[in-house]
Design a protein around this ligand. Structure first.
Ligand code: QVN
Ligand code: ZN
Length: 328
């Protein structure tokens, strides 16, 4: 895999080289009016200075070990370092599906002990919603997040309620392959460095998500390391954005934007917290529709057809019969 070294301020990062061009994600102070405008327009921006999780800046593996309590944490492991999310509620509809990662529940202390080992064959990624099993100091840190700003941003942009805060602790080199989520996201980085590759929802035609009933719904089928341009020809035209988030940075990741996330080597484990919010309600449909709205329409139609046919095997021929040679 070809790599390139990029220098950001005084730091060097070795990143994987891909086939597509990218522009930089804007990086602005969180109080900059331009940043507020970008968020209002559903455009990604890396925000500095917000201290959204300032009270967690001292979180490291040791502190989490001592203060996260003895609750069970979901830890994924992967031989190739890729952690393509799969919806385990859809496993029943896909008997032959083989999960690409294994999921183990363990205490944070067990996870930390595994991180220290030198004989790990697989990469590991802890992904667990913060809940009330955490220790009192974590609760205190959580209470001291910059909720004033977060709530103001939520209100100003008419986002729905915050649904969850996912704690992410990844080994260097873990990759979350390209996918989109259906929620607005303020992504707070606490330790380590993550490279985000982002693609506008209008790039849907280049990303070829799995069918809606597939466990990998919302994930791209394209292997960025070896794109199959016969099966996925439009991927050759994809254009992205990229940026590196480090400690104290917050990325506003708009709903429906495709993203791939890479924990960079040489800067230790990554610790992040997501702040996911339900979408703003569509009060009045305004034309032309946004690309995100078109993705929502496609999803609803796919769901209705799958339900009406009640036979996923017949979806491919049905969908092709509907458009092939007709909508050219
Ligand atoms: O914050 C986001 O949206 C990301 O994709 C961050 C990503 C991990 C997300 C794991 C995940 C993806 C989908 C559903 C539930 C959990 C990373 O940082 O590696
Ligand atoms: Zn995501």
């Amino acid at each position: 895999m070809a790599t390139e070294t990029i220098k950001v301020n005084s730091r060097e990062f070795v990143v994987k080289k891909y086939s597509f061009p990218t522009e930089q994600i804007p990086r602005l102070d969180y109080q900059d009016k331009k940043a507020e405008k970008l968020i209002e327009n559903g455009q990604p921006v890396i925000l500095t200075g917000s201290d959204l999780v300032g009270s967690a800046h001292h979180w490291d593996i040791g502190y989490l070990c001592s203060n996260l309590g003895s609750g069970q944490y979901t830890v994924y492991s992967s031989a190739d370092g890729k952690f393509k999310y799969y919806d385990d509620k859809k496993l029943t509809q896909n008997k032959q599906f083989k999960p690409p990662t294994t999921q183990t529940d363990m205490t944070f202390q067990e996870f930390a002990a595994k991180l220290k080992r030198k004989d790990n064959k697989e990469l590991m990624y802890l992904q667990q919603p913060l809940n009330d099993t955490v220790g009192t100091r974590i609760v205190m840190d959580f209470t001291n997040f910059n909720w004033g700003w977060a709530n103001e941003t939520q209100k100003k942009n008419h986002w729905g309620p915050m649904t969850s805060n996912l704690l992410l602790v990844g080994m260097e080199g873990v990759i979350t392959p390209a996918h989109y989520d259906e929620q607005e996201n303020l992504f707070a980085q606490i330790q380590g460095y993550k490279r985000f590759l982002l693609f506008d929802p209008s790039q849907f035609e280049c990303m070829y998500p799995y069918p809606i009933y597939h466990p990998h719904d919302r994930q791209s089928q394209v292997d960025f390391d070896n794109p199959d341009l016969t099966k996925f020809p439009n991927f050759a035209n994809v254009k992205g954005y990229e940026g590196i988030v480090g400690p104290r940075d917050v990325l506003y990741l708009p709903m429906y934007w495709w993203h791939q996330v890479e924990s960079l080597h040489g800067h230790g484990e990554t610790i992040s917290i997501t702040f996911w919010y339900k979408a703003a309600p569509t009060v009045k449909v305004v034309y032309p529709l946004t690309s995100g709205q078109k993705v929502a329409i496609m999803r609803n139609i796919e769901k209705m057809i799958a339900e009406a046919l009640n036979d996923n095997e017949s979806m491919p021929s049905f969908m092709q019969a509907m458009v092939q040679g007709r909508y050219t």
